[in-house]
Design a protein around this ligand. Sequence first.
Ligand SMILES: NC(=O)C1=CN([C@@H]2O[C@H](COP(=O)(O)OP(=O)(O)OC[C@H]3O[C@@H](n4cnc5c(N)ncnc54)[C@H](OP(=O)(O)O)[C@@H]3O)[C@@H](O)[C@H]2O)C=CC1
Ligand SMILES: CC(C)(CO)C(=O)C(=O)O
Length: 293
Amino acid sequence: MKIGIIGAGSIGLLFAHFLNDHHDVTLYCRRKEQADAINEKGIKLINKDIRSVKKVSATCSLKSLVKEQLVIVAVKQYGIRAVVDQLKNVPMNIPLLFLQNGMGHLDDLKTLPYTSIVLGTVEHGAYRLSDHVVHFTGCGRTILAMYRGKSELSFTFAKQLSKQGFPFEATENYEKMLMDKLIVNAVINPLTALLQVKNGQLVTNPYYFQLMKSVFYEVANVLELTDQDDEFRRIVSICEKTGENYSSMCKDVMEGRQTEIDGILGFLLKKAEGKSYPLSLLKFLYNAVKGME
Ligand SMILES: NC(=O)C1=CN([C@@H]2O[C@H](COP(=O)(O)OP(=O)(O)OC[C@H]3O[C@@H](n4cnc5c(N)ncnc54)[C@H](OP(=O)(O)O)[C@@H]3O)[C@@H](O)[C@H]2O)C=CC1
Ligand SMILES: CC(C)(CO)C(=O)C(=O)O
């Protein structure tokens, strides 16, 4: 397949590195110096002790987007609006795949005229070290679900894109898929960003563990979760598995970047509007992270 990836950050570089083995990938960068660095040096992936370099084409011009058979959008949730404006020349029948955390991007997609829109949740961990070097901090999977279009398409893409060490799966229900990830990000990301700790410390420090539990119960109330004990165990297990990682929001705050708090806690606070759920911790965390931004 000819695949275009818009956004050459941590996830864009990671996906380009793996997908280019079996597909013809072009990375669409925002900065010319980044496109030049990738064209000259390739994409270097660091995974534990292994370093591997792959040759991938990169460009700043969106002209060749019209030739792609799949366009993957790998910018942050707050960058979607600018990308949507740039997609105007892409034929309406080219499938688009959006990989953002949270649910804030759903509003931007509603009015997009494309016939096939796929959503994905990424369970890998990746961190861009320089314009052409990415650190693969945790291998998980990518789950795909159709937002608009024929539901079998997400299964076809999952099959075509999967490769050993970089799996894709598909599911029918995009809302459940995004919600499962949102719960995790709502509990782990703002707390770790505020406390400036690794994910594992939310579990190993008994005081932080109490905070995490209290935040979880507010999230669970807003989403009216019925299986709260199982859900909480799932989050604890993710904290343990990603124990040595700083969450993406914690890193954004450390590096003075905008966070995805609006698409995560902002979304939940909006959902709770007019209801009488207890929300004091979610409001506190939302304002704390916005203030740090
Ligand atoms: N990193 C991770 O481990 C995970 C990330 N995700 C999700 O994946 C999404 C992407 O995250 P991540 O890769 O970490 O983010 P990054 O901030 O590392 O990368 C975003 C990239 O998008 C580029 N960009 C922004 N606007 C445009 C535009 N208009 N045209 C072209 N490029 C643009 C940026 O360019 P520039 O470099 O010039 O700023 C940057 O390279 C997020 O929603 C995140 O939540 C999900 C799970 C794990
Ligand atoms: C799962 C988790 C919390 C891993 O760090 C993540 O998705 C993130 O950091 O955004």
